[in-house]
Design a protein around this ligand. Structure first.
Ligand code: FES
Ligand SMILES: [Fe+2]
Length: 428
C-alpha cells in the first residue's frame, strides 16, 4: 500500500519541522516499515572478526528474520535464513558456536555450514523429483561487506552496499585507520538490552547532542571533577564544551563530528586515564602521524563521531568504538545490541582503557545509557497522548546554513525523518 500523505510537516519558509507522533505508536506504521524500510535497505548483520575460524557462527535476528551469520569450511562468510527447508524449524538454536553442520532436530535434516543440504533421513522415500541440491539453506537476496562490516539486503534490486553507503564509507575508513594493519576486531562480550520505546527514538538519541547537558549532567560533572578540560561554550548556539557539527552523508546517513574533549584510546590522553597511560597514548599517536601524516592523524585522533547508517546502525567513534544496532520488537519495544571494536594489535593496557569506556559510558549500566533509556521510555509513555497532542517539534537550527548545523541542532534528525518519510511513501 502506498501512502499519499506525509508523516512530517517540513516548512522551509517558516523554518518549522514537525513530526507526526503516530510514527512511534502505530502498528500499521511498523508493518509498513518492515516492508518499506527493513526489506529495502542494507541492514547490518555483523563484523567478519566475529568469525575467527571456519565453522564459527552467531545466530541473530536481523530485519525481523532469524539468521545464521557464519564462516564456512572454506573460510567464506555466509548468511542464511535460520529455517529448515523441510517444514521451517530453526536449524540452529545456539546463540553462538562452531559447527561443520546445522542439524534440524525436528526430522533430522542436516546442512553443511556452506548451506548445502547434507543428509535427509530416509531419503529413499522420495521420488526423483526431490532434488537435494535445490534444498540448501536460503539466504538474503544480497549479502555484502564494506571493510568487513557485513550487511544483508532482502531486495534483489537494491544497489550495491558500497553505493548505498556512499559518503558514509569515509567515516567507516576513519574508524578502520585506527589500526596500523587496517584490521579492527569486535571484542568478546556483547551488550544487549531491551528498551520500552520505539526503535526510531534510538536513532535520534544516538546523535542528539542537545540532550547532553540535561540528561547526562551526572556524567558531565564526573568528567569535570576528573580533571577533563570542560570550557564553557563560547559561541552562539553552542551548548557543549567543544563545537561539533552535524554532517549530511546522503541516502539518510549522517554523522556528528566534534572536537574531542573526553579522551580517545586512539589517541587522546585525558587525566582520567592516569599518568602512566600518557606515554603509551603518545606512542599510539606518533604511529598515527607517521603512517597517515599529521593532518589525517589529527582527524582520526582528535574528533569524535557518531555515525548513523540508515536505518538502524550507529557507530560511536568516541571514548571507545561501539557498533550499536537496534531492532523493533513491536511499536513500543526495541532490542539493542552493542559491540566494542578495537585495533587487532592493541596492547593490553590500551584495550583495558577501551573496554572501560565501553562499559562505563556506553554500557547499559554506564554513565550514559541508563539515563538515555530512561529518557526514551519517558517519551514513549508520554506518547500515549499522541492523538490529542499530535506533533513533535523538530525545528532546531532551521534557518541556518547547512555548514552551520551543530550536533546540538536537529538538522541531522530531520535528514533521517525526510529519508524515512520518503521511503514510507514508496510502493513497496
Ligand atoms: S522441519 Fe527440519 S527436518 Fe523437518
Ligand atoms: Fe545520551
Amino acid at each position: 500500500m502506498s501512502r499519499q500523505g506525509s508523516y512530517v510537516i517540513d516548512d522551509h519558509e517558516k523554518g518549522i519541522f514537525l513530526l507526526d507522533r503516530i510514527v512511534h505508536v502505530s502498528e500499521d506504521v511498523l508493518r509498513d516499515e518492515m516492508k518499506n524500510i527493513f526489506a529495502k535497505c542494507w541492514i547490518y548483520v555483523g563484523h567478519g572478526s566475529e568469525l575467527k575460524k571456519p565453522g564459527d557462527f552467531h545466530t541473530r535476528k536481523v530485519a525481523g528474520r532469524p539468521v545464521i551469520f557464519g564462516r564456512d569450511q572454506k573460510g567464506v562468510v555466509q548468511c542464511f535464513f535460520n529455517t529448515c527447508r523441510h517444514r521451517g524449524a530453526i536449524v540452529c538454536a545456539d546463540r553462538t558456536g562452531n559447527a561443520r553442520r546445522f542439524f534440524c532436530v525436528y526430522h533430522g535434516w542436516s546442512y553443511n555450514n556452506d548451506g548445502d543440504l547434507a543428509r535427509v533421513p530416509g531419503e529413499e522415500a522420495y521420488t526423483e523429483a526431490f532434488d537435494k541440491k535445490q534444498l540448501g539453506l536460503k539466504g538474503p537476496a544480497k549479502f555484502e561487506n564494506y571493510r568487513d562490516f557485513w550487511f544483508l539486503n532482502l531486495d534483489p534490486n537494491a544497489p550495491s552496499l558500497k553505493d548505498y553507503l556512499g559518503k558514509a564509507t569515509e567515516y567507516i575508513d576513519l574508524v578502520v585507520e585506527q589500526s596500523p594493519s587496517a584490521k579492527m576486531e569486535v571484542l568478546p562480550g556483547t551488550q544487549e538490552y531491551a528498551v520500552a520505546a520505539n526503535w526510531k527514538l534510538m536513532v535520534e538519541n544516538s546523535v542528539d547532542d542537545y540532550h547532553l547537558p540535561s540528561t547526562h549532567s551526572t556524567w558531565l560533572n564526573f568528567m569535570a571533577n576528573s580533571g577533563v578540560k570542560m570550557e564553557a561554550p563560547t559561541e552562539p548556539n553552542q551548548i557543549l564544551p567543544t563545537k561539533g557539527y552535524a554532517v549530511d552523508l546522503g541516502n539518510g546517513h549522517f554523522t556528528t563530528d566534534n572536537v574531542n574533549f573526553r579522551g580517545r584510546p586512539v589517541a587522546k590522553w585525558i587525566p582520567l586515564y592516569g599518568e602512566e597511560a600518557e606515554a603509551e597514548i603518545a606512542d599510539i599517536r606518533s604511529e598515527l602521524v607517521e603512517r597517515l601524516g599529521p593532518e589525517r592523524a589529527t582527524r582520526v585522533a582528535d574528533t569524535n563521531r557518531n555515525l548513523v547508517i540508515f536505518p538502524n546502525l550507529v557507530i560511536n567513534d568516541g571514548s571507545s568504538v561501539t557498533i550499536r544496532a537496534f531492532y523493533p520488537e513491536g511499536v513500543d519495544k526495541m532490542n539493542v545490541v552493542a559491540w566494542a571494536l578495537g585495533p587487532v594489535e592493541e596492547s593490553e593496557s590500551a584495550r583495558a582503557r577501551r573496554l572501560d569506556a565501553f562499559l562505563t559510558f556506553y554500557g547499559p549500566g554506564g554513565f550514559a545509557t541508563p539515563d538515555d533509556v530512561e529518557a526514551l521510555e519517558m517519551v514513549q509513555k508520554g506518547l500515549a497522548n499522541w492523538s490529542d497532542d499530535r506533533w513533535s517539534e523538530m525545528s532546531r537550527g532551521m534557518g541556518r546554513s547547512e555548514e552551520e548545523q551543530l550536533n546540538s541542532d536537529e538538522f541531522h534528525l530531520r535528514l533521517f525523518w525526510r529519508k524515512w518519510d520518503a521511503m514510507m511513501k514508496e510502493e513497496a
